[in-house]
Design a protein around this ligand. Structure first.
Ligand code: SAH
Length: 354
């Protein structure tokens, strides 16, 4: 049993079963034993690899996309350039390098990273190597300015709750105890007015997921972008209008049982982009776009060719493999989607449709 499993078992024995949301929050962010709070999980030696860690092209194109939005909105200065959950800081480093040639962009930007993990804050500082980075725990803490923001594989890490349809009510899936070990259980049937809108598209036994922390963050971003201008690019796996159980654990690049080793595996759920888009009102939102299509429209093909010019042998092979991994339909190209938030009436960022 991990130290966190023992702690959670004691807590459940004293106060009863806990929601999946509380379980996920403890596993990911517990100050001592939490998955993100205590380690750097990225890369080949870690548990999973994200798009910016696969190739510099991802951060470069995201950066140029945001910079074009900034130009299209009249180049407001100063503005907040923010990233949610920047991991190792690789995306931001590539974004900053690619936008150096955009006149005025670097002079006007105020760089803010929203990151709760002390270990990853240290990694981000080392990757970026600049003195003007400000960190905060929450989007609410960002300065009140036009906001250009990116979040890659951030919303999937936020705690979700699951509810199983039972008549016109719902039963919450919870983490309880079986013997000494943690086990998945189900709570009593109760009405859930906040899920009334899901009575029409679900049937008996279906599971729906909610992510209150995600909708709160999307609402805050949407209000700021509608009031002050800006744009948000949200990239993640998931779909428009979620249905079913997508709660999963990954450790050492393989799926594992989410209850087996709390704090030692990455816990995620698919992102319900519709819930984020609706929560962001009064901001407008783009149509959900597959990552492969988005990157192709931004010119990843030409960028891949340009980078390939300087490569040969194994380096060229791995560059081309990275290109396929980011864009291929059987890899990240269709599983990952892009949503943007923008001011009401504004055109969507390059690469995305209204
Ligand atoms: N964007 C990065 C890392 C994604 S992993 C990449 O693409 O490589 C998720 C990131 O979100 C980690 O940096 C994690 O520490 C951070 N994170 C998770 N929950 C958070 C929260 N509630 N507030 C701020 N950061 C959070």
């Amino acid at each position: 049993m991990t130290p966190l499993a023992a702690q959670l078992a004691t807590q459940i024995a004293a106060t009863g079963p806990m929601s999946l949301g509380d379980y996920m929050a403890a596993c990911l962010m517990h100050p001592e034993h939490g998955y993100y709070a205590s380690r750097d999980p990225f890369g080949a030696g870690g548990d999973f690899v994200t798009a910016p860690e696969i190739s510099q092209m991802f951060g470069e194109l995201v950066g140029l996309c945001l910079a074009q939005c900034w130009l299209d909105q009249g180049a407001p200065a100063p503005f907040v350039l923010a990233e949610l959950g920047p991991g190792r800081g690789t995306l931001m480093a590539d974004l900053l390098r690619a936008t150096r040639a955009v006149p005025g962009f670097h002079d006007a930007l105020r760089l803010h990273l929203v990151e709760t993990s002390p270990v990853l804050r240290t990694a981000q500082a080392a990757t970026l190597g600049r003195g003007d980075v400000a960190w905060c725990d929450r989007v609410e803490d960002l300065p009140d300015m036009p906001l250009y923001l990116v979040a890659n594989e951030f919303f999937d890490a936020l705690p979700i709750r699951q509810f199983q349809r039972s008549g016109t009510g719902w039963r919450e899936r919870v983490v309880g105890l079986e013997g000494d070990g943690l086990s998945l259980g189900i709570g009593p049937e109760a009405p859930r007015p906040e899920l009334d809108h899901r009575l029409g598209d679900t049937s008996e036994g279906d599971i729906v997921e909610t992510c209150a922390p995600g909708t709160v963050i999307a609402a805050e971003i949407g209000t700021r972008i509608a009031d002050r201008g800006g744009a948000a690019l949200i990239v993640d796996y998931g779909d428009w209008h979620a249905l079913g159980d997508t709660f999963q654990a990954v450790a050492g690049h393989a799926h594992t049982d989410p209850l087996a080793a709390p704090g030692m595996a990455d816990l995620t759920a698919h992102v319900d982009f519709e819930a984020l888009a609706l929560a962001a009102t009064p901001a407008a939102y783009s149509r959900l776009c597959p990552q492969g299509t988005f990157l192709a429209r931004l010119g990843i093909g030409a960028r891949a060719e340009a980078l390939a010019q300087g490569l040969s042998g194994g380096a060229l092979d791995s560059h081309m493999a990275a290109f396929r991994r980011l864009t291929g339909a059987d890899e990240m190209g269709t599983l990952f989607k892009v949503l943007s938030l923008m001011p009401p009436g504004a055109a969507p960022p390059p690469g995305l449709d209204p």
